[in-house]
Design a protein around this ligand. Structure first.
Ligand code: PMP
Length: 372
């Protein structure tokens, strides 16, 4: 199997699986129980917080655990809602941000413009800052295109206009892969999800800068284990997430993956005609490569690749047929927008795999174009 759908989810690392099994077997008490067995579980939570804090340059008690980036994004966006409040976001956010803004009450939600590679229009941001803006939500590394926004520049503009505006980023595709130092990025809230960096599914977190904690409202009320979202902590999964994050950082694979990304671009250039690369050629995450092929239905191509044991995504797996929102915002020419395929890599993919992929891709595209 050649798995090129890592932006949808990754395979869990063995070390993370072992960490989870150890916790489930040897430290299964409720982490809120005050006996010593409970303390053992609680210590795993503390260790997890510290590992994550070290990666993002925060304090350990600024890390809150959630069931993923969807919950983290929802907490951030619902917390700052209000009938007098304005939010600014981009037009190319993940659906968990987009739908959250659609379903929370705001006086206005402003969607910033972007160019065809997904870089947001900085002048549009500057022109829309006003007294009532309470939150700015921007995706750091885009899940469809890999576009990396200049978050530091954006945050500095926002904060110099009004330091009380809460700066929220969705770092789901960035965490463990590019620097997510919350101080360098100058952000207040940052969402992440373990299964994007080889951790378990259904667990993630929200970094909350101490100074903004009083603005955050929980989405689930209960035992207040974590203030922002209640319920018994799933410490085995949380511990596995922290171990996975450490492992992803230690893998130090950015340059390797970038080589794969460049190699794939070269292969496409040399073998396929009439296509566009939606991903930028600078400031991109090498883990994602979005390509639009002319005269192709992406789902047909996806299944032809699948028949040869190659797994990719058409646009994004998260949007289930609703990915036109992003392609429209990128202004992808209709000639290419039906044929968008997202290749997303991991550190274990190889050039030999890509050599095989390009042969299958070339044959499949020729076949589809012949019959269409
Ligand atoms: N944001 C981005 C950028 C994502 O790629 C995803 C997952 N596709 C999410 C948020 C949501 O993550 P989860 O499904 O783990 O809650």
């Amino acid at each position: 199997m050649i798995y090129l759908d890592n932006a949808a989810t990754t395979k869990i690392y063995k070390k993370a699986q072992d960490a989870r099994a150890m916790a489930e077997d040897q430290a299964f008490a409720n982490s809120s129980s005050i006996h010593s067995f409970g303390m053992k579980s609680n210590n795993l939570l503390k260790e997890s917080r510290q590992i994550i804090a070290n990666v993002i340059g925060s304090k350990a008690d600024e890390i809150y655990f959630t069931k993923g980036a969807t919950e983290a994004n929802n907490i951030a966006i619902s917390s700052l809602s209000g009938e007098y409040n304005i939010a600014i976001t981009s037009s190319i956010e993940h659906s968990s941000v987009y739908a959250s803004y659609k379903n929370n009450i705001y006086k206005d939600v402003i969607y910033l413009k972007n160019d065809s590679h997904g870089f947001i229009d900085i002048d549009c941001l500057k022109n829309n800052l006003s007294e009532d803006v309470k939150i700015v939500s921007i995706i750091y590394a885009n899940n469809e295109t890999g576009t990396i926004q200049d978050i530091r520049k954006i945050s500095n503009i926002v904060k110099s206009y009004n330091k009380d505006i809460v700066m929220h980023i969705d770092a789901t595709q960035a965490m463990g892969k590019i620097s997510c130092d919350v101080n360098k990025l100058n952000v207040d809230l940052m969402s992440f999800s373990a299964h994007k960096f080889h951790g378990p599914k259904g667990v993630g977190g929200l970094y909350v800068r101490k100074e903004v904690l009083n603005k955050i409202k929980p989405v689930l009320y209960g035992g207040y284990q974590q203030v922002i979202s209640s319920g018994t902590d799933n410490h085995p999964e949380i511990y596995a997430m922290a171990i996975a994050l450490k492992e992803q950082i230690d893998a130090d694979e950015f340059n390797y993956v970038n080589d794969l990304n460049q190699y794939m671009r070269e292969l496409i250039k040399n073998n396929i005609s009439d296509y566009i690369i939606n991903s930028p050629d600078h400031d991109y995450s090498p883990y994602v490569l979005s390509v639009g092929f002319a005269k192709i239905k992406s789902e047909v191509l996806l299944h032809m690749l699948e028949n040869k044991d190659i797994f990719v995504s058409s646009g994004s797996a998260c949007s289930k047929g609703n990915n036109n929102r992003i392609l429209e915002a990128l202004n992808v020419d209709s000639k290419y927008s039906d044929g968008v395929i997202r290749f997303s890599f991991n550190g274990e993919n190889t050039k030999e795999e890509l050599d095989y992929v390009i042969d299958v891709l070339k044959d499949s595209i020729e076949e589809i174009r012949r019959v269409m």
